[in-house]
Write a new protein. Structure first.
Length: 393
């Protein structure tokens, strides 16, 4: 029998639209002989919709019109599956329209990729593709991930974080940053992806503008020195914390000091259609030495395992060409287009990559079935809190 596979995408994220592109790409590539694919589009106000129209990327040009052709639903845990019910629920005839056996979240950014959606799926008790709650949250927090990578001996740039109260201090924050770093610096929201809110500041005036931009997206902002003679190299990893392998390396071509949202998603789409990260100008394989390629691939696997990741992630590296040294920049736990274009050069077709990700989800679920998460106790039998109104202090 086919697996009832629920693909979840969208959500309340600055990368909402990119999630749609990644998910539609994946849904069109999944093996329909193995899976009944059920799309779940999550609106920006966190409502779930399903319907056949969600398979067509052209339909998302007018989302209000699209949703009129779809069905708003909710998921309810029923034994080992999640039942799909039409909304609104009614007392008589709850309108159960199907089930989900495995969830495949393809989301990007805060409020989705950061463990929020993984936590929701955990509560439903479903096996799901990708990182668990902890590794998702760590992978989204650029400062937290750096701390873990340092612990594992993985080279990262030194950085500091600043909060909204720091920002409100104005001149005092500028002085703190200038004491800690020399220009130029990179300023970025601590928990966003797709280069949103990230900029390079070469002087005080630019730093003020960069902080204004970053704090408009997040309450915590990270600052680190900017590498002036920079090359960016990316590598994907497939597996779990126990066994993982690296893809081919790429060198994305940027129009500025850093690869921007425009570079990643807009420029390529103008000529290549809605291809997400697959449309970025890039060199594959990256024109680097065999020794550096192997160093980056080994470091990528080490970082993936250090965070306890699962499924497919993309790890982004920076080469300081003046030092000829590699630094790990960040990990993307659900990368745009699921980085399928980094696996094809190694002979891994997209449909096979998706199969292996789903197999990893099932493997994790089987392992968890052998763990103890609760046990029976008599703790509540002798507890009294003083009646309905609570105890008196």
């Amino acid at each position: 029998m086919k697996i009832q596979l629920g693909v979840m995408f969208g959500g309340n994220s600055t990368e909402h639209e990119i999630s749609i592109i990644s998910a539609v790409q994946a849904m069109l590539s999944l093996n329909r002989e193995k899976y009944d694919v059920i799309p779940f589009y999550i609106t920006k106000d966190s409502r779930f919709y399903t319907g056949d129209a969600l398979f067509e990327i052209k339909n998302y040009k007018d989302i209000p019109a699209l949703l009129k052709t779809c069905t708003e639903v909710t998921l309810i845990k029923e034994n080992d599956v999640a039942a799909i019910y039409k909304l609104p629920l009614s007392t008589f005839g709850k309108k159960r329209i199907g089930t989900v056996e495995v969830a495949f979240p393809i989301v990007h950014g805060t409020n989705t990729e950061d463990g929020v959606l993984a936590g929701y799926i955990e509560m439903l008790g479903l096996p799901y593709v990708g990182c668990d709650v902890a590794s998702s949250a760590l992978g989204m927090d650029k400062f937290a991930m750096k701390a873990i990578f340092k612990e594992y001996g993985i080279p990262v740039l030194d950085s500091k974080i600043y909060t909204t109260p720091d920002y409100e201090s104005g001149e005092e924050l500028i002085k703190k940053i200038e004491v800690a770093f020399t220009y130029p610096v990179i300023v970025k929201p601590v928990n966003l992806g797709s280069s949103i809110g990230i900029s390079v500041a070469a002087d005080r005036e630019a730093l003020v503008k960069s902080l204004d931009t970053a704090f408009s997206f997040a309450e915590v902002v990270l600052v680190e020195r900017a590498i002036t003679n920079l090359r960016e190299i990316n590598c994907s990893v497939l597996g779990d914390r126990f066994s993982a392998e690296a893809s081919e390396c790429e060198e994305p071509v940027s129009g500025d000091e850093i690869l921007s949202f425009e570079d990643k998603y807009i420029s390529g789409a103008k000529s290549g259609g809605a291809k997400g990260m697959a449309s970025v100008k890039r060199k594959i394989p990256a024109p680097i030495s065999p020794e550096m390629r192997e160093e980056i691939r080994q470091m990528a696997v080490k970082a993936f395992k250090a965070l306890g990741c699962s499924g497919v992630s993309r790890i982004d590296f920076m080469i300081d060409c003046d030092e000829n040294k590699v630094y790990l920049n960040e990990i993307n736990t659900i990368p745009g287009s699921l980085s399928f274009y980094l696996w094809e050069p190694l002979g891994v077709k997209y449909c096979d990559l998706l199969d292996r990700m789903i197999d990893l989800a099932m493997k994790r679920q089987r392992a968890r079935a052998n763990l103890t998460f609760s046990f029976t106790s008599n703790v509540l039998s002798g507890i009294s809190l003083g009646g309905a109104k609570g105890s008196k202090m």
